[in-house]
Design a protein around this ligand. Structure first.
Ligand code: COA
Length: 327
């Protein structure tokens, strides 16, 4: 019988430092009102510059282990989703393996930008289905403040730092039921963070400076994301022969409140059943979905048997959604 990867533990971690929209008014030509109205963001958490981003991933992982009531020695695989790693090598997964004493685990990073956590869950679920591993730690950890251009008002108001983690284990009738993954590399130039290669175009977009900072065509990305979110969720439901009324919660990537409300309206889903953390934490890339899921779980929102849809979209450009039956 087919096994599903079920979530048995969740954790999240956010930096203590809160940056309000009014703080950003001092950095760039913007206003609290513009940011709230155009994005829905009120504040975000920003990691101290000298601290490594992996610290957040370690804290989220330890909380997930406690929540699952298992030992780190029982973890057989660690997958970390990140587009803002501290090092190219070692992977963040290897750093976390060391810091949580999970010496029996294989470990690697995966980068699918803001869709990364759902991609990582899907990969983890494959290992569960084949029977290769029983306890898998999936972490999404992002220190985006380190790659944000703090002089660019088009992007610096959007992002925040944070990490979320979960533990997957095999289950007969609950867990990950289905997924839809996709990418459109032709639109790849809509969001870029160069690392070692800068062509003329990349330099021009960054004021002719070799800077490892985010550049984004906001409007282009916005349109893609509304379409991707709507299509992907509809595809999942069609494959499972389910109607939207059978879904209890949707946890979308937290990029922009207008992206969420436009897509939710197209899906004809009640906004009260959408988990939102965007106002408090901003866009934490791939960490936004597990942070929202862990916080909602902590607040007792989910009950056994709930059908929960996670849907991510972003750089690449990529999208990913999954349907989970809550354990
Ligand atoms: N404060 C004030 N004005 C701003 C601003 C800011 N922080 N950022 C942009 N503007 C200005 C623009 O310069 C533009 O001015 P102009 O008309 O004089 O040129 C005006 O606001 C409208 O810009 P536009 O880009 O059309 O705004 P928008 O309503 O599309 O909102 C985003 C911009 C970035 C918030 C929106 O496009 C978005 O959220 N895109 C997707 C972002 C995303 O999801 N990114 C992460 C990938 S997961």
């Amino acid at each position: 019988m087919k096994k599903h990867g079920a979530i048995i533990g969740l954790g999240y971690s956010l930096p203590e430092n809160i940056v309000h929209n009014s703080d950003l008014e001092k950095l760039v030509d913007t206003t609290d009102q513009w940011i709230r109205e155009r994005t829905g963001i009120k504040r975000r958490r920003i990691l101290e510059r000298e601290k490594p981003s992996y610290d957040m991933g370690v804290k989220a992982s330890k909380q997930a282990l406690e929540n699952a009531k298992i030992s780190s020695k029982d973890i057989e695989l660690i997958i970390v989703s990140t587009e803002s790693p501290d090092y190219l090598t070692p992977s963040m997964a290897c750093v976390i393996q060391d810091k949580i004493d999970a010496e029996n685990a294989a470990a690697f990073d995966l980068n699918a930008a803001c869709s990364g956590f759902v991609y990582a869950l899907t990969v983890a679920d494959q290992f569960i289905q084949t029977g290769m591993y029983n306890n898998i730690l999936v972490v999404a950890c992002e220190g985006l403040s380190k790659v944000v251009d703090w002089k660019d008002r088009n992007t610096c108001v959007l992002f925040g730092d944070g990490a979320g983690a979960c533990i997957l284990t095999p289950s007969d009738n609950a867990g990950i039921i289905n997924y839809d993954l996709g990418a459109d590399g032709k639109k790849r130039k809509a969001i870029t963070i160069p690392l070692t290669h800068f062509n003329e175009e990349e330099l021009f977009k960054r004021n002719n400076k070799r800077e490892q900072v985010i550049y984004m065509q906001g409007r282009e990305v916005f349109k893609f994301e509304v379409t991707a979110m709507t299509k992907s969720v509809k595809k999942l439901l069609a494959e499972e022969n389910m109607s939207i009324d059978e879904i209890d919660w949707i946890i979308p990537h937290q990029a922009n409140m207008r992206i969420i409300t436009n897509s939710i309206k197209k899906l004809e889903f009640p906004i009260e059943k959408v988990v939102i953390t965007l106002d408090e934490y901003g866009n934490t890339s791939s960490a936004s979905i597990p942070i929202a899921m862990a916080e909602a779980n902590e607040n007792g929102k989910f009950k056994s048997g709930d059908n929960i849809v996670l849907v991510g979209f972003g750089g690449g450009l990529t999208w990913a959604s999954t349907l989970i039956k809550w354990l």
